[in-house]
Design a protein around this ligand. Sequence first.
Ligand code: SF4
Length: 444
Amino acid sequence: MKEYEDAFIVDHDLEIHPCALIMPPMDDDTYEKFKVDISGHGLIHPIVLYQGKVLDGRNRYNACKELDIEIWAREWEGGSDPVTYVVSNNIHRRHLSINQLAIAGAKAISFWADEAKIRQRESGKEHSNNLVNQEPRISAPVQQSGKSGKAADLAGEQFGVSGRSVSSAKYIIDHGTEEEIEKVETNKAALRPTEEKIRERIKEVPEKITPEPATKSPSKFNETNDSIKWARWSWNPVTGCKHGCKYCYARDIGNRFHGGFEPEFYEDRLSAPQNTKLPYNAESPNRNVFVCSMADLFGDWVPQEWIDKIMAAVSNAPDWNFIFLTKNPKRLVDIDWPDNAWVGTTVDCQDRVSDAVEAFKQIKAKVTFLSCEPLTEHIQFPDGTLKLFDWVIIGGQSASSGAPAFQPEWEWVEELHFAAREEGCKIYWKPNLTIHPEEYPNNL
Ligand code: SF4
């Protein structure tokens, strides 16, 4: 991705932007071939993000996710409205049927209408505040026309089908069942007959059915990237952290997608252990939940009440196994750890060794662990102290906005690895540790 200076690596748990869903998904066969292609040469062009969601490249995004390939992205540069951007980027790349183009055009009308409303609101606000509108704005078809019939004609022009087809598709989307829409979109039913069938049916309905009010969906764990083998799930009832590590990747995500990285407590997420379906397969990593991957739950600034509430939720969910990690291990000492908790501390430099050792002499947990990720310098533990940890993780430093990617010296890794092995620890090398010995005989 060298040619894209503004590209960055993103997580595998992004949402797809609704505008991206205007274009129909690939059929299964095409998608499988597409995946084979991607597995051969990786991602050639970064996907495009808007408001933290995937705007362009959702098939590439999904394929990389399934294949566990690094995903590069860049921010949408603006310049038109996001719908027009998606349409113009995709319309010629794919062989779409008239049905699919008409449905896409009909979906686009609604987005353009919303976009036009937002822009009208914004420009009104900006006008009254006497501010200058600095972004170039291109009028969407609905804004140009003001009438829905004309909007269908204009959308039809953009999508290369007749306005009549777009109108039919719009009627089907607005009034048809999911099955009817899907049939049209997958070319199993024709546009006009489906529209007529729905019109007939609607005439028979004596009164308008009021839909159920929407309810907020219950909070669940997030499924992690497949490459995180030791925890299939993450759970973030607290986000944000004040340690200020330069290499912090969580802060990049917080700033980019959530408007900041100040510590926050989401009490509604405490029910996630109850709301997430336990995996059928009882293999232990499938039940491992990484707690607060976007925070340090035990930072000095975190109110005890937040920790107590989270620990109560953990104790009430004995079927799940929770993994806790902190850079402030002294705060782990007074906790009565339940059996379904693995408790760890990060030691990325020598200065953190003594606090880690002192704390873990007192901590009673079923599994204790040490995370030396990123291993930023040569670290030595006093003899006999590594046995305080059941598990030692060694890793490199992934790139973030605050620090470049970094690989530790081979000697640092080797020494830590053998010391841990000698004291009976299990060892885990993170995939971002790519260093390996490069020695030659006879000093060649
Ligand atoms: S402790 Fe973790 S979350 Fe906090 S700043 Fe450092 S890397 Fe980021």
